[in-house]
Design a protein around this ligand. Structure first.
Ligand code: NAP
Length: 259
């Protein structure tokens, strides 16, 4: 399983999962391109390794930002082999009748449209260069509705279909597209759900394995999907949830807000 010397573009690179993905590919000798909203966060997340990595401030919802990033990558590395669409935002806890249209649009814009823009722009390079691999970070929320997370769930379900659509359209061009559906992964994104030990215990109690997932566990599967060992996996999604989706344990409380 080797991806050595591959050029790997990772969005949301300074986030909890993004940073683990960066480190995983770094261990394999890949040339890294980190994209995120704030340069200072990227510098912090990569400070003790890989000075040759390219760090680019980029809002994935802004197509000209992404095209500018692509041009910089091409002049620096000359190619793109792997794209990991990891940037994403979580909605606040809103029921269908409460969700503000402004918020709905923002979630769809980052999680879905941003993924499409990066796929078009960086995947466009793969089309010209004769192939590559794309991994989209979706969510278990895209496979089943989550109480009071309408916008997030809908955005991630759409990311799964976008993944399949990409796989279908680009299979003949030697580009594979797959997705990962993490459950609860210990990152800043879900820290508001586990503010204290009691909240942590409550959340862990609804996961058959009795613990949250770790960002490195997501990164390992992302890496695997881009290797020759996964050469025939295309248009698929892998659940990574400690058995959360197959359990019959109660997942919500009487107000419908635990999960
Ligand atoms: P995180 O720590 O909040 O990381 C998300 C990263 O995306 C942040 O660095 C954020 O930057 C960046 N970002 C947000 N909007 C962006 C934009 N418009 N352009 C470029 N970058 C942007 O969250 P995480 O937990 O690592 O999540 C990574 C991915 O996994 C997300 O797609 C998330 O939906 C998915 N996921 C997470 C979990 C979980 O339990 N953690 C479960 C299922 C799926 P700022 O910090 O500056 O906003």
């Amino acid at each position: 399983m080797s991806n050595s010397q591959q050029v790997v573009v990772i969005t949301g690179a300074s986030g909890g999962i993004g940073n683990s993905i960066v480190r995983r590919f770094h261990r394999e000798g890949a040339k890294l391109v980190l994209l995120d909203l704030k340069m200072s966060n990227m510098e912090r997340s990569i400070e003790d390794f890989s000075p040759e990595s390219l760090l680019l401030e980029c809002d994935i919802t802004n197509k000209s930002d992404v095209e500018k990033a692509r041009d910089t990558v091409l002049s620096h590395f000359g190619k793109i082999d792997v794209l990991v669409n990891c940037a994403g935002i979580l909605s606040s806890i809103n029921s269908i009748e409460e969700v503000e249209i402004e918020e709905w649009r923002k979630i769809i814009d980052v999680n879905l449209t941003g993924t499409l823009i990066c796929t078009q722009v960086f995947g466009g390079v793969m089309l010209v260069n004769g192939g590559g691999s794309i991994v989209n970070i979706a969510s278990m929320a895209g496979l089943a509705p989550s109480p009071k997370k309408a916008a997030y769930s809908a955005s991630k379900a759409a990311v799964l279909m976008l993944t399949q659509q990409t796989a279908l359209e680009w299979a003949g061009k030697n580009i594979r597209a797959n997705a990962i559906c993490p459950g609860f992964i210990e990152t800043p994104m879900i820290s508001h759900m586990i503010k204290n030990e009691e909240e942590r215990r409550k959340r862990e109690s609804i996961i058959p394995m009795g613990r949250l997932g770790m960002p490195d566990e997501v990164a390992n599967i992302v890496y695997f999907l881009t290797t020759p060992d996964a050469a025939y996996i295309n248009g698929d999604s892998i659940k990574l949830d400690g058995g959360y989706s197959v359990t019959t344990m109660p997942k919500i409380d009487s107000k419908g807000i635990l999960a």
